[in-house]
Design a protein around this ligand. Sequence first.
Ligand code: FE2
Length: 377
Amino acid sequence: MSTIPKTDTKQNIPTDFLPLEGTDYVEFYVGNAKQAAHFYMTAFGFHALAYAGPETGVKDRASYAIRQHKLTFVLTTPVRPNNPMADHIYKHGDGVKALSLRVNDATGAWEETTQRGAKSYMEPTTLKDNDGEVVMSGIHTYGDTVHLFIERKNYKGVFMPGYREWSNPHFKTTDTGLQYVDHCVGNVDWNQMNPWVKFYEDVMGFKNILTFDDEDISTEYSALMSKVMSSGNGFVKFPINEPAEGKKKSQVEEYLEFYNGEGVQHVALATKDIVATVRDLMSRGVEFLKVPTSYYDDLLERVGHIDEDLEPLKELGILVDRDHEGYLLQLFSKPVEDRPTLFFEIIQRKGAKSFGKGNFKALFEAIEREQEARGNL
Ligand code: FE2
């Protein structure tokens, strides 16, 4: 890939050839979209937004769009067998299909990325209805996962053409304070982290902003390596993990085995009040990984002063880490499917722009206890 970056002649600095405005939505392919949408609404506090399916002229699938603040999920299921959606679910179980990115120009985004070597998933396509138009395009990334580019500046409808507004006046959910996607992590195969880092650099103009090697992320038994890729403006962050050699099977290997390949490991959801959000999620049945209470014995010595009381953090198992810019609070759910694959992270940033390196060891030991219980360590 030898494309020379475009240059802003006034300042003589490379311009961002793929300016991303953020995550537009995360689309999951699931075995039963109606029930999955209900789970995310009741357990995670999303509200109903829009529906597409046979009744709206979309013959091959049912899709439910749900929203909470700036966070939009789409749950999609095929209504017949023998198609790529059904194959995806057969192979991977429920999982993330599309990390959709908001752009000002979906045609340009597709041209810039495919010229740089991306494999096209969807050529620029204009969808129209009475509320205007949405232009979509898409490229493949790791595994069967794709990035869709969504241009919606000329659209004022509830979600997208093909969808109709969807609500149930008898069923109202209250939100849990989840605000937006902070980052999405991909698990890739042995020795595939660096090729995918290069893909995000060359094809999407991302930068590698942080690297964790197996020394940083290892326990007595297992290890992984990770590099964090960030879009030019920092709005979109994709850490990429690969397994590393350890005495036993690492969590990334377990994922690759049960997902049947590479895919999204976790989506991190931001909150402004992690204690309130996690307490609410737990009361609705969301299950989280637990670190031993000894984690809290010397927490304040490790991270210094924090605004929060220690007691609720300890009660809920919320983790804290500090970097040179501030600190962050985070907690990881258990997988949200029966396969040990996709899970969620809840994160509150207080200045820190990092990813909780100081928590990796305690966390991975917690994950290994779960792997052990599944017989997969
Ligand atoms: Fe994360």
